[in-house]
Ligand binder design. Sequence first.
Ligand code: ATP
Ligand code: MG
Length: 268
Amino acid sequence: MSTEPLLSVEGVSYAYLERYRALEDVSFEVARGERLALLGANGCGKSTLLKILAGLIFPECGSYAAFGEQVSEEKLEDEQFSRGFRSRVGFVFQNADAQVFSPTAREEIAFGPLQLGLDRDEIEARIEDVLAMLEIEDLAERAPYQLSAGQKKRVAIASVLVMNPELLLFDEPTAGLDPRARHWLLELMVELGRAGKTIVFASHDLAELEWIADRCLVLSEDHRRLGDGAPAEILANRDLLLQANLVHGHTHRHGGLVHSHGHERGHH
Ligand SMILES: Nc1ncnc2c1ncn2[C@@H]1O[C@H](COP(=O)(O)OP(=O)(O)OP(=O)(O)O)[C@@H](O)[C@H]1O
Ligand SMILES: [Mg+2]
């Protein structure tokens, strides 16, 4: 067994349109089979980091290696490298509208496996599996615009799981799901972890961290790595959570209604 990390991010910075800063000199490694949570306030850079890990955008400086190879724009122009990388990495976007574009849910889910060149029976079997798993059999023939937000999210998750990738990147996977689907997805993440999958996910829900994450990476509002450690350790570090704006320490008064905060923010 190699002890080489599955993912290695070194000194990565990124800005959109060369002016909207999103990541500043971020470094970390992810071991095979690890479940890493990305934490931080809105706009700190979690989605940007996931897009870099997915090879959708490329750092302006620093480097990113996955599965023992550098991932760069030039490398991904190579069809064989690109096919290998894309088949090993699954990404569920924060916004399912940006992900689900096929005429029907079934075609959306079939898209990846067809690209992989799997045979028809295998594809059919996999599709039936994930449709059942996500309880969306009834929605299979519907168009994305005929689905609710949570249903669309389930289709997006199904279209990633059907590929059975080694590395799963989830951007706020449980946001917008009803309690049952949410619980189911969290349990699935634990199971996928047990099955040896590597999972990196962005989350605002501190309450579920100890259940689904082995480790947390905290980004600051100035887009830097602020903390990195086991969930229990991060959650116990109140100064760190305050500094990252993941908790707030005072009581607000809104129109006579007193909300006693002091717990996590970020519920959408
Ligand atoms: N397409 C874009 N064009 C310009 N700036 C962007 C774009 N996408 C993100 N940004 C900026 O980059 C920074 C990081 O954004 P990112 O989406 O990575 O944050 P996030 O941590 O995922 O936030 P959230 O919790 O709200 O999802 C933010 O300041 C944001 O305004
Ligand atoms: Mg985001």
